[in-house]
Design a protein around this ligand. Sequence first.
Ligand code: S3P
Length: 425
Amino acid sequence: MRITQTRHFRGRFTLPGDKSLSHRLAILGALAHGESRLSNFSTADDCGATLRCLEALGVEARHQDHSVVVVGRGPESLRASAAPLDAANSGSTLRMLAGVVAARPFRTVLTGDASLRRRPVERVAEPLRTMGARLTSSDGRPPLVIEGGPLKAMTWAMTTPSAQVKSAVLLAALQAEGRTTVVEPAATRDHTERLLPAFGVPVEVKGAAVSVQGGATLQPVAFDVPGDVSSAAFLVVAGLIVPDAFIHIENVLLNPRRTAFLDVLRRMGAHIEMGIRTRDPEPVGWIEARSSRLEGAEVGADEVPALIDEVPVLAVAAALGHGELVVRGAAELRVKESDRIATLAEGLRRMGGAVDEHPDGLTVHGRAKLTGASVRSHGDHRIAMALAIAGLAADGETEIEDAGCIAVSFPELPSLLDRGRQAER
Ligand code: S3P
């Protein structure tokens, strides 16, 4: 992918459905009894992987226009897959489905691409073992072999903040005997807790503890998935760093456990406005951003889970600003689709940025300018997209190697960037 510098970036955007919500809706729809219609379902390859894995377990899923119809026949209807389930690049698919199949009386092998096979899975295997399933990882990594069976409820104090692990335990808990409680060390995205009541399952949230009762019957839903807020982050930063820029994004997810990047950008001096139009079960509304002079900010462990996927694009904003962005308490970045601390530092440095790496984060020294260069995505969609945004403001031309991975979460980004820069001035 080649990007040249632009002076203008404008437009009104609506985005395909949020990836985190789409994974959960597909899985809960498969566990329900009846047809769930999920409109504006995510177009991300990751969510395609979830649908294919569900199909391999015997679930019917039909694409109709921009909707996906999932035909749920209850957890008991799931069947063993002869072949390993391939989660491709998607950690959410692998970890959440581990929670689903841990309760089923058959063997499942969960695996993925080379990147996913390097990522940790014991964090999900351990709690599911405690509930009574047998799981074997390969030295802590996929393939994950699961011998499922009847599960017992439990109380589980998580050590790593992870919404994927919390969700896996809750999905197992739905099929367990008794009441399960998960306690999180820091607030992570709460989509599973918010969606379960829409499927007719009560959830109790008390501080950091989330509890569900096993044995509930899920009702199907009709759900219009709001636009992906993590994808929106790339357009928002484009709307800040290009000299003549204004963007408006309509119908986007605004869950506060996903929007901390907007708070940080505002602390950096960004002109961002937003408004909520509906709140239940998820806050949804609009965001506007315009060209801004950016300063620095500090981000610590408490805030990190609510912006973990947005660190790459925040670092780009900071590199084009005039202050220092310091991110700490974010060691999880090292075990994402790539080691995002290292791959981000490499990409920004190649463009003339000044970045210090820390074991648990990074410091970006704003230099107000970047220079086009040949940079590598390392097969990581968010690194490719962050560097593409940097390319809009960098002198000359930026070439991103292996940018096809953008389709993992936001296949429309390249064409939307073209649209934004060509919009009438
Ligand atoms: C996600 C949770 C986060 C996030 C990932 C999606 C989810 O991962 O980075 O992109 O949908 O639950 P962890 O649960 O590993 O923190």
